[in-house]
Design a protein around this ligand. Structure first.
Ligand SMILES: Nc1nc2c(ncn2[C@@H]2O[C@H](COP(=O)(O)OP(=O)(O)OP(=O)(O)O)[C@@H](O)[C@H]2O)c(=O)[nH]1
Ligand SMILES: [Mg+2]
Length: 315
């Protein structure tokens, strides 16, 4: 059991696969496993890649993997498959090139089915990111299709969010509708080899603002021709560097962990308890403990439930 955790920490591929499955299925060893690996997470740069169906997310991820690998960085890729009718369920844009990456020991690729269950989806993905992080990947890329709240929520766990758009999708309203404008750190107009890229770039740029002290950026590129990818990488390096300068957990990070714990708890207790918890001192203390990696989120959630005398924790 704790052997699996140790093997994950050594970066063994088969252990990584088994650990992700264990946490996905919430089997009997999953809680102990999460407790073991959690203190070793928080080192990877977690990049969320989202956007409407077919904009070229997978093609870009493929390019990014190559770029990071050429710098000798270990990369984990998590593709959350919403069974998109657009690609007919194909998870990775260019299967041939991804296959090439799959043979590279420095790349780990995993796809994960969306269960149509919001909590389940983000939970499983979040834990898979943690496994990939603990296994020593320098960069973890999570691809989701930004069509609804469930998909968009996943990128909340990311250090940075890259929103991929393309010409011919209409204007910035497209991004706005799905709530993509608020979550993006970088907006990429992909398929710049097609007409209309500059117009979309301009439209997006005109509605962007400041987010957590970072000026949202908009760029254009082509995953097909490679145009603009250098600039995209420079921009990604910048957000990564920014995220790494924050040693002490900032308000955003604490907020994320706070959300996660609340979600775990509220699946068990009544929704009205939410407001009570938010003003609870002990709750704040636990959030900080998790942030300091003294405790994993599951264990913290159980501690919270123990404080509710009328309820009994049942796994
Ligand atoms: N012309 C052009 N086509 C591109 C470019 N990038 C991707 N494509 C094509 O767009 C289609 C969709 O690419 P994917 O990478 O699968 O897009 P995706 O966003 O991952 O798609 P889903 O995961 O299904 O939402 C494929 O046919 C790609 O070959 C580009 O820069 N220019
Ligand atoms: Mg894709």
């Amino acid at each position: 059991l704790d052997d699996l955790g140790r093997r994950v920490l050594r970066g063994e591929r088969t252990a990584v696969s088994r650990a992700i499955s264990s946490l996905e299925n919430r089997d009997e060893q999953s809680s102990a496993l999460l407790s073991e690996i959690y203190p070793h997470t928080g080192r990877a740069f977690v990049l969320g890649v989202t956007g409407p169906p077919g904009t070229g997310k997978s093609s870009l991820v493929d390019r990014l993997v190559s770029a990071y690998r050429s710098r000798g960085r270990k990369v984990g890729v998590l593709a959350v498959d919403p069974s998109s009718p657009v690609s007919g369920g194909a998870i990775l844009g260019d299967r041939v090139r991804m296959l090439e990456h799959a043979l590279d020991a420095g790349v780990y690729i995993r796809s994960m089915a969306s269960r149509g269950d919001e909590g389940g989806l983000s939970d499983a993905a979040q834990n898979a990111i943690r496994v990939l992080d603990a296994a020593g990947n320098d960069v973890v890329i999570v691809e989701t299709v930004g069509i609804g709240q469930a998909e968009v929520q996943i990128v909340k766990v990311a250090d940075a969010v890259l929103v991929v758009l393309m010409p011919e999708l209409g204007d910035e309203i497209q991004a706005n509708k799905a709530g993509l404008l608020e979550i993006g750190d970088i907006f990429l107009v992909n398929k710049s080899d097609l007409p209309g890229a500059d117009k979309l770039l301009y439209n997006i740029a005109s509605v962007l603002s400041r987010k957590d002290g970072w000026r949202q950026k908009v760029l254009k590129a082509s995953a097909k021709t490679g145009e603009g990818l250098g600039e995209l990488l420079r921009c990604l390096d910048e957000v990564e560097a920014l995220s790494k300068t924050q040693n002490e957990p900032d308000a955003r990070k604490l907020g994320k962990i706070s959300d996660e714990l609340l979600d775990s708890v509220s699946s068990v207790v009544l929704a009205r308890l939410r407001s009570e918890l938010e003003s609870d001192q002990e709750f704040r203390r636990l959030v900080e403990k998790v942030a300091r990696r003294e405790l994993d989120p599951d264990a913290a959630a159980r501690k919270l439930l123990d404080r509710l005398p009328q309820l009994r924790w049942e796994k």
